[in-house]
Design a protein around this ligand. Structure first.
Ligand SMILES: [Zn+2]
Ligand SMILES: [Zn+2]
Length: 332
């Protein structure tokens, strides 16, 4: 199969031929049709996340068609269209797994990090961690739901029932979660890089009530915030404009250091927190909710061989919404 491979962190991905993966007993073999490009991929590529398997096929927002199933696999049939997320495997027996928090599993394995991912024509995945894809979503539009959507959705839940919610960094995840939050009756205040007029207009077009630059004060205090951008100082910026009781949640797997700040900013039962990974329950909920809203994803599509360009465009903020690699199958 064709795949684009990370051989060493920091080096460009290399297009090559790999042998087709073999399907394990609880696995499915999937013909990949689309794979989203997530900021986490950039953190793996750059070496911010230090323990990937190498060589590695990146990609954990995978949509494709089941081509073969393992001897003990039973959830899907050949021909089904399914999605593969970041959470690729858990042990099912640690204290986290046993308490409904498999996202924190001590031995969790992640797609496109510990397990080869979807920047390839074929991928194998444990069927227990895959999701059916709603029929009304073309492959490329569905892909960003699988991480930008799912982990953002978990972050939104951790913010609690905040009515006035701030989104710091309006990329792939925020553009999905803005639609969910507005659907839930919340009021969204979007913060972008200073001067990103296009990003601010994009946020307003998706239902945000206000959009401005990250250092700016919104017209009202926030009851909660999600910090999507991997910039620790934004956690403090969000606290500074938050009402008492607000929860400020980082949704990224990596963030630069959070600068010291006065306790006064935290006092008043404000909470700083983080979200890690996803549970299958998060996925089931968002996948069911997406067509009801309906969530519309805006995607920039790249061929597999341009994965390096997609990563650099993500770094530079050159597109709105999400980047997706189109790999096999028909254009949809
Ligand atoms: Zn576990
Ligand atoms: Zn991701």
């Amino acid at each position: 199969m064709r795949a684009i491979v990370l051989h060493r962190q920091g080096d460009p991905l290399q297009l090559g031929e790999l042998s087709d993966p073999e399907v394990g007993s609880r696995q499915v073999l999937i013909s990949v049709s689309a794979c989203g490009v997530c900021r986490t991929d950039l953190h793996i590529f750059d070496g911010d996340l230090t323990k990937p398997k190498l060589p590695l096929v990146l990609g954990h927002e995978i949509v494709g068609t089941v081509r073969a199933i393992g001897t003990a696999a039973e959830r899907f049939a050949v021909g089904d269209r399914i999605g593969v997320p970041w959470l690729g495997w858990t042990d099912g027996e640690c204290r986290y797994c046993l308490s409904g928090r498999e996202n924190l599993c001590d031995r969790a394995r992640f797609t496109g990090y510990d397990i080869d991912g979807g920047y390839a024509e074929l991928v194998v995945a444990d069927e227990r961690f895959c999701f059916p894809i709603p029929a009304d979503y073309p492959d490329e539009q569905a892909a960003p739901l699988l991480c930008a959507g799912l982990i953002g959705y978990r972050a939104l839940r951790l913010v609690g029932d905040a009515e006035r919610i701030g989104f710091y960094g309006f990329g792939a995840s925020a553009h999905i979660l803005c639609q969910v939050a507005v659907h839930q009756g919340r009021r969204v205040f979007a913060f972008t890089r200073p001067g990103d007029d296009d990003g601010q207009a994009f946020a307003l077009s998706l239902g945000a009530e206000w959009a401005g630059a990250s250092g700016e004060a919104p017209p009202e205090e926030l009851d909660g915030a999600i910090v999507f951008a991997p910039v620790g100082a934004l956690m403090v910026d969000a606290l500074r404009v938050s009402a008492k009781g607000a929860r400020v949640i980082s949704s990224g797997i990596y963030m630069s250091d959070i600068p010291a700040f006065s306790y006064e900013l935290l006092y008043g039962e404000r909470v700083l927190g983080s979200v890690a990974n996803l549970t299958r329950l998060d996925g089931d909920e968002l996948i069911a909710l997406a067509p009801q809203i309906p969530i519309r994803t805006e995607v920039s599509i790249y061929p597999l061989e341009d994965a390096n360009m997609a990563l650099e465009d993500l770094r530079a903020g050159r597109f709105r919404g999400a980047a997706v690699l189109r790999i096999g199958g028909e254009a949809s």
